[in-house]
Design a protein around this ligand. Structure first.
Ligand code: G6P
Length: 648
């Protein structure tokens, strides 16, 4: 949900900002903008400052705002001012407008890529926003909940608003409170606004300085000997540094080209520690694949291996990192899982897996429901929040609600140091590496792996499985990556099939038990990137309504890997086929009777039934990918979606 980047240092800022925004486009891509500080000692003393700037072509989206000097363009970098360039549409429009950043000189700037919440996608609503007296420029990720009230008040005081955004209120508030001390002004704004925010701020009379602050929206600081950075996410600055600090909630940061200072809301300076991110740049690049999604599908064997193997030694699952003793685990009487999107489907799988393996009852809630439903939970309930980004607003709120009610929270998270990782009592990291495509694939697979490990560890602690069963399960878990590789080798068959159905209007998925959980994920994957209407049903529910939608030629995907449910699912497939459906079967090798009913069958390698979801999801991901590709869609950036949903 919106991407922020900022740089101050010894290079031209705009090209670095554009490069960073490109890596953040997955967070929003309906418009983009940059603000670069002009003039002042810091800028003029830096490498490349004062380079010729051609600013003849003024447009509505390009303006120079300054610290009280007459309107217009400052030449030579002496008069402090801020130049802002914004464009509607994908980042490439902004690139073209700025000649890849070359036409906006200056060594200190902030940038933003937008996912609209307040106000339609347009130039005027895109960020950076600025105060009328042209002293402050702001980029924002999050939602200012009381923006209307602040806007009304400021309007009465004489401030005039030009956009429909909540962010513009912050620009005017900063302007109102700013009397030469940026930290003080920011702190006053923090007391005045409600909601969530990550903000990057420039003050025109302080060229070379970037200010940042966050509450409940992610923001990191990166440092290097070439300059310092802010960003919504690590990939944006990975090319320049791996030395990062995840800004703690409610802290303010001041960055210059050589220094970084942190302050609390009371304006006292505080110390923070930096850590090294071990993701490499390549992991955040396409590396020869047409799309990040396909690349990430192919990275699944490695991601699952990286997540599983460090947690298994000599046939045993090691959950020490949770900081819970065997007794603590044995005491868990119930598990409450909460998540959003695909992570919610992981929780559905976990319900079947944990209940079977550990005989611990599992409740599964959408985080957006859980946070408001005033849940009734047993004393020894363990709350498990699953999240790739670790920043999803509803998941984070659910975590806080659970902690407020006094429950222990375990986070299954991919992004190290993210909010959920920091606030959970225990963290179990999935080692998927950076996931860029909006539609999750490898993070989902690693989340599945994580819940398997949790189920086995819990089963053992509770005495529900013995050492031999644990060894058998862990050995099979270690074989999953190689089995996923085998499915990927058959991608052409899926591609061929997908091409036949890329013009479908509706596609249904059916399954039972664990296969139902996989069907939900397959259906979500398909609809998010192909825009084909799709629903997944627990096959037994078909007769209670959905079967009336089945018409000639409609594709129904039946997932059937569970032996005890296989015949039942086959019967459901017969029912839809006899009403005209075209049936695709997804099952394990050996279940050849599937061919008696399915028009086309995709087989996955045999595995223990409890792990089947890790294999069946792969052809479903490929199906969604190739259907979307067949329609010529932008697979990595589906319309209206963003990868990290940091607003409610
Ligand atoms: C968005 C993404 C999904 C993801 C969901 C939850 O909708 O597009 O892929 O499953 O958010 O995100 P999280 O980061 O909490 O796993």
């Amino acid at each position: 949900m919106c991407g922020i980047v900022g740089f101050t240092g010894r290079h031209q800022a705009a090209p670095i900002l554009l490069d960073g925004l490109e890596k953040l486009e997955y967070r929003g891509y309906d418009s983009a903008g940059i603000a670069v500080a002009q003039g002042g000692a810091a800028a003029s003393g830096a490498e490349g400052a004062g380079a010729a700037s051609v600013r003849g072509a003024q447009s509505v989206s390009r303006q120079t705002v300054g610290a009280g000097q007459p309107k217009g363009v400052s030449e030579g970098g002496t008069e402090p001012s801020i130049e802002i360039v914004k464009a509607k549409g994908r980042l490439k429009v902004l690139r073209e407008m700025t000649d890849d950043g070359r036409s906006v000189p200056g060594t200190c700037g902030i940038g933003h890529t937008r996912w609209a919440t307040h106000g339609e996608p347009s130039v005027v609503n895109s960020h950076p926003h600025y105060a009328k007296n042209k002293r402050v420029a702001v980029v924002h990720n999050g939602i200012i909940e009381n923006y209307q009230e602040i806007r009304d008040r400021l309007t009465k005081e004489g401030f005039s608003f030009i956009s429909a955004t909540d962010t513009e209120t912050v620009a005017h508030l900063l302007d109102k409170y700013y009397a030469g001390n940026p930290i003080e002004a920011i702190s006053r704004v923090m007391f005045r606004v409600r909601g969530s925010y990550a903000l990057g701020i420039l003050f025109a009379d302080r060229p070379g300085e970037i200010y940042a602050v966050r509450k409940d929206s992610p923001l990191i600081v990166g440092r290097s000997d070439q300059g310092n950075f802010i960003a919504s996410d690590v990939p944006a600055i990975l090319r320049y540094t791996r030395d990062v600090c995840f800004i703690p909630n409610l802290e303010i940061v001041k960055l210059t080209d050589r220094e970084i200072h942190f302050y609390n809301v009371d304006q006292e300076e505080v110390e923070e520690t930096f850590s090294q991110v071990n993701w490499d740049t390549e992991a955040a690049e396409k590396g020869g694949f047409a799309h990040f999604m396909l690349k990430e599908i192919y990275e699944q064997p490695k991601a699952v291996r990286d997540t599983v193997s460090p947690r298994i030694s000599e046939g045993h699952v090691n959950l020490e990192e949770l900081g819970m003793s065997q007794e603590d685990l044995a005491k868990v009487s119930r598990i409450q899982m909460v998540a959003c999107g695909s992570a919610y489907h992981v929780c559905m799988t976990a319900k079947y897996m944990v209940e079977q393996t550990a005989r611990v009852p599992v409740d599964v809630d959408l985080a957006s429901e859980f946070r408001y439903r005033n849940p009734v939970m047993e004393k020894d309930t363990l709350v498990v929040v699953v999240s790739q980004s670790g920043e999803t607003a509803d998941s984070l709120a659910a975590l806080r609600e659970a902690k407020k009610l006094g429950y222990r929270v375990l986070g299954i998270v991919n992004v190290v140091g993210s909010s959920i990782a920091r606030e959970a009592d225990s963290v179990f990291y999935t080692w998927a590496g950076p996931e860029i495509s909006v539609a999750t694939t490898k993070a989902y697979s690693t989340q599945l792996a994580a819940v398997y490990l949790l189920a086995i560890g819990l089963g053992r602690a509770k005495g529900m499985i013995d050492g031999a069963a644990e060894e058998e399960m862990t050995a099979e878990l270690l074989r999953l990556p190689e089995k996923i590789e085998r499915i990927l080798e058959e991608k052409e068959r899926i591609q061929w099939f997908a091409n036949k159905f890329s013009h479908s209007k509706d596609i249904f998925f059916i399954g039972r038990g664990l296969d139902y959980a996989s069907s939900l994920e397959g259906s979500l994957k398909l609809k998010e990137i192909s825009y084909i209407h799709s629903e997944a049903y627990a096959a037994g529910e078909l007769k209670h309504g959905t079967i009336s939608l089945i018409e000639d030629g409609i594709l129904v995907v039946g997932v059937a890997t569970q032996k005890s449910l296989f015949e039942k699912l086959i019967s459901n497939m017969v029912e839809v086929k006899s009403r005209g459906a075209y049936v695709l079967g997804v099952t394990s090798y050996g279940n050849y009777s599937m061919e008696d009913v399915a028009n086309y069958t995709i087989y996955v390698p045999k595995t223990m039934e409890c792990f089947a979801a890790s294999l069946t999801v792969v052809p479903l991901q490929l199906l969604a990918y190739y259907v979307a590709l067949g329609k010529g869609l932008d697979v990595d950036k589906p319309r209206n979606l963003a990868k990290s949903v940091t607003v409610e």
